[in-house]
Ligand binder design. Sequence first.
Ligand SMILES: [Fe+2]
Length: 237
Amino acid sequence: MNSKEMAERISTLNRRDFLLASAGGALLMAMGGFPRQARAAVHVLPPLPYADNALEPVISANTIGFHYGKHHKGYLDNLNKMIAGTEYSDLPLEKIIAATAGNADKTAIFNNAAQTWNHTFYWQSLRPKGGGDPPAALKQRLVAAFGSMDACKKELAGAATSQFGSGWAWLVLEGDKLKVVKTANADTPLTKGMKPLLTIDVWEHAYYLDYRNRRADYVNAVLEKLINWEFAAKNLG
Ligand SMILES: [Fe+2]
């Protein structure tokens, strides 16, 4: 493997993995250190948990292609560029989010870190042939908290459709209470002492190619046909 091939290869690995995995690390260091693109490749884009057309007809492969391949990847690439060589370069995503939240000087890093995390969480909040009834233990908790499953879904849909502009609707655990909350732009319940259980992305890029301005139709279709209650149950623990 020549140095160019090696540089391409390590752009897909994080730096620590590379140091552990590559017998060529010492050689590259001797050649003047890691290439710039390798230094920036701290965070990697997790694979989608399903094929890009697996959520059709509710969300098209076209939407997923842009949303995952351009928007999610864009946040991640921006983050990697911004944190290269800074005190954040070796931190896990959650720690970058916690360290930059509410810091006016670090808004750009926070936005890209939080959007990277939020999107990875969103992909898992959906699944092909989702919707339906949650696992029994979660359903019991949801019915106790909201009165019924319909009321729970109505509250999620209400948060998702009433979020003004870009943002997210979430089912969260706060203390021992299940709640629905909404956040604007990149904001995430992670920084508010809440444990996210599932989320719906209501940025226009999540639905505009398929639904144009009909956000409520996207939200209701997601809740009926894609929402991944098993993921929420797993997060609830
Ligand atoms: Fe998004």
